[in-house]
Design a protein around this ligand. Structure first.
Ligand code: KG4
Ligand code: ZN
Length: 333
């Protein structure tokens, strides 16, 4: 492998992950295990269950990636672990594991902001992607527009004032009895429905500040579903998806107008798997003469390769952290 060789750990939500990434963008090994089965009965992530699962799984995953890559712990240049934001129990498991590995190997710790991992992940996938770019991060936990000007230079242009977009998909799917996580099931159902069948709100669209809001949309889905004469599930799913897409496009357009220096419009996060949303964002990017860059799904959803890569970028700039670096459940970029 080329240098620096970084071991990355991720455990801030419901995915436990470890990965080894080098300075030439090679992912030498990576493992991710989700917890959908554990949380499905509750329709959402239960923090205590997540923390226990992380603590059982993380160390075996680290051993597995080192073995698969044929790398000894002493050969890594640094250990990068997510230090926040996220569910505190899981963050602590990953950060403490990272500290122990750093101490044992005598290598530095890099305490990575999970959002920075997402923000830089497109550069792991695409070596031609240069700063600055506008990133739309849309997942079950985040809905943000970040102007990425360089490593450590992020300008948050928008965030959600209530639910994340993926959360709105999951909650709407739950209302319609589609299971958890509901995004993929809702998209599949929407394919057979009429997106104009049910009139739904597009919260905040047209407003000057490019923030997001999805709680009102979800409530409207609930009201429509609980009517005496409810719409067909496929029509409600299609109408919801169209409304959510309109919100993402309108808010992103507002942000793109503000950053004419952007060289690309990048989308990351689990919701970026949605075909209708991707198509709409691609058309939006074209309005501004920009390419839409979407990293492969394995790098878009929570993973440790993006944490290791953020570690590579930080290590090169000499940005390492002391072993008493705090776990930060809330940590804006
Ligand atoms: O990035 P991700 O794995 O991280 C977390 O937030 O944990 O994103 C998961 C989210 C879930 O809310 C899921 O419902 C949503 O992404 N999602 C989708 C689709 N696939 C996943 N939402 C809409 N359409 C999809 N095809
Ligand atoms: Zn994430």
């Amino acid at each position: 492998p080329s240098r620096p060789l970084i071991l990355g750990l991720e455990s801030s939500c419901d995915d436990t992950a470890a990965a080894l990434v080098d300075g030439e963008r090679n992912i030498l090994a990576q493992r991710v295990t989700g917890q959908n089965d554990e949380h499905a009965p509750y329709g959402g992530v239960v923090p205590e269950i997540a923390a226990r699962a992380h603590s059982e799984r993380l160390t075996p995953l680290v051993e597995a990636v080192l073995e698969e890559a044929g790398i000894a712990l002493a050969d890594v240049d640094a250990v990068a672990a997510t230090a926040g934001p996220g569910l505190i129990g899981g963050v602590m498991v990953g950060l403490v594991t990272g500290k122990a590995l750093a101490f044992a190997s005598g290598r530095p710790l890099i305490a990575v902001n999970h959002l920075e991992g997402h923000a830089l992940s497109p550069r792991l996938a695409d070596e031609t992607l240069a700063f600055p770019y506008l990133l739309l991060l849309v997942s079950g936990g985040h809905t943000q527009l970040l102007f990425v000007e360089g490593v450590g230079k992020y300008r948050r242009l928008a965030t959600t004032i209530d639910d994340a977009a993926g959360e709105a998909f999951d909650k709407s799917a739950k209302i319609m009895g589609l299971g958890y996580p509901g995004g993929p099931a809702l998209e599949a159902l929407a394919k057979t429905g009429d997106p104009r069948a049910v009139p739904l709100p597009r919260p905040l669209t047209g407003s000057d500040e490019p923030h997001f809001s999805f709680a009102g949309l979800k409530s409207a889905v609930l009201r429509a579903w609980q009517q005496d004469d409810p719409p067909a599930a496929a029509d409600l799913a299609a109408s919801f998806q169209a409304a959510a897409t309109d919100c993402l496009v309108d808010r992103s357009r507002r942000a793109l107008v503000r950053v004419p220096e952007a060289t690309a419009f990048v989308v990351a996060g689990g919701v970026a798997a949605n075909g209708a949303i991707r198509a709409a964002l691609k058309a939006l990017a074209a309005e501004f003469g920009l390419p839409l860059v979407a990293p492969p799904m394995a790098l878009c959803t929570d993973n440790a390769a993006m944490i290791a890569w953020a570690g590579v970028e930080r290590f090169r700039l000499g940005l390492t952290d002391p072993l008493d670096a705090p776990a930060r459940p809330r940590w804006p970029l």
